[in-house]
Design a binder for this molecule. Structure first.
Ligand SMILES: [Zn+2]
Length: 194
C-alpha cells in the first residue's frame, strides 16, 4: 500500500514538473469559440502553417492577414547576418485571449514572469520546449472582443512583434542577445510603413 502511494506521488510530481515548461496547462484552462487552420505562402517560397484559437472567423482572418503581411516584410528587410532562414520546421499556434487570462499567473504558469519584473504583458511567445515543433503566441484580444483588450494599432504592433519572434525561433536565433531589440525595431519600422 505504501509503495503504491509513493509511486502515485512521484507520478504526480513529474507531471507537475513537465507542465512547468509547457503551455498545455494554460490551453487546457481556456475556452475558444473559433478554431481555424491556415497555410501562408510567402513570395520567397517559404510556407507557414498557422492555427488560430480565439473569438471568431473574422478575427482569425484579420490576425492571419497581419501575420502574413508582417512575414513578407520581415523577409524583405532582415538580410545579411540577421537573415531569418529555415533552421527547423515549426508550425505556429496563435491563442487570442482576454487580457485578464493572458496575465493570470495561475493559468500562464509556463511564462517566467520574474524575468520582466512580474509586469503585465500584451503577448507571450512560447517555444514549446517539450513539444518541439509547436511554438505558440498568446496575444491579448482586440478591444472588440474584450473591453480591456488592445486597440487596432496596439494589436497590429503586438502581433508583428511576436511574428518576428516566430521567425527568429524558426531560424534558431530566438535566444540571440539582439532578438528583443530587433523585434522592437521591426515593430516601429512596420507601423511606419502602413
Ligand atoms: Zn519580444
Amino acid at each position: 500500500m505504501s509503495t503504491l502511494l509513493i509511486v502515485f506521488l512521484l507520478t504526480l510530481q513529474s507531471f507537475g514538473a513537465s507542465q512547468q515548461n509547457s503551455y498545455s496547462h494554460a490551453v487546457s484552462k481556456i475556452r475558444f469559440n473559433h478554431v481555424s487552420h491556415s497555410k501562408i505562402k510567402l513570395k520567397n517560397g517559404m510556407e507557414l502553417n498557422v492555427s488560430y484559437y480565439g473569438f471568431s472567423k473574422d478575427r482569425a482572418e484579420q490576425t492571419i492577414k497581419t501575420i502574413s503581411h508582417a512575414s513578407e516584410i520581415i523577409h524583405e528587410n532582415f538580410s545579411g547576418n540577421s537573415a531569418l532562414s529555415d533552421c527547423k520546421q515549426i508550425k505556429l499556434k496563435v491563442y487570442d485571449v482576454k487580457r485578464s487570462i493572458l496575465n493570470n499567473r495561475k493559468i500562464m504558469t509556463f511564462a517566467q514572469w520574474s524575468n520582466w519584473g512580474n509586469l503585465n504583458v500584451s503577448a507571450l511567445y512560447e517555444t514549446g520546449y517539450s513539444r518541439i515543433g509547436e511554438p505558440a503566441m498568446f496575444i491579448s484580444a482586440s478591444s472588440k472582443d474584450d473591453p480591456h483588450g488592445l486597440n487596432r494599432e496596439e494589436r497590429a504592433r503586438t502581433l508583428v512583434h511576436e511574428t518576428v519572434h516566430y521567425w527568429q525561433d524558426r531560424a534558431c536565433k530566438l535566444h540571440k542577445t539582439n532578438s528583443e531589440a530587433d523585434a522592437y525595431r521591426f515593430e516601429i519600422f512596420f507601423m511606419a510603413s502602413l
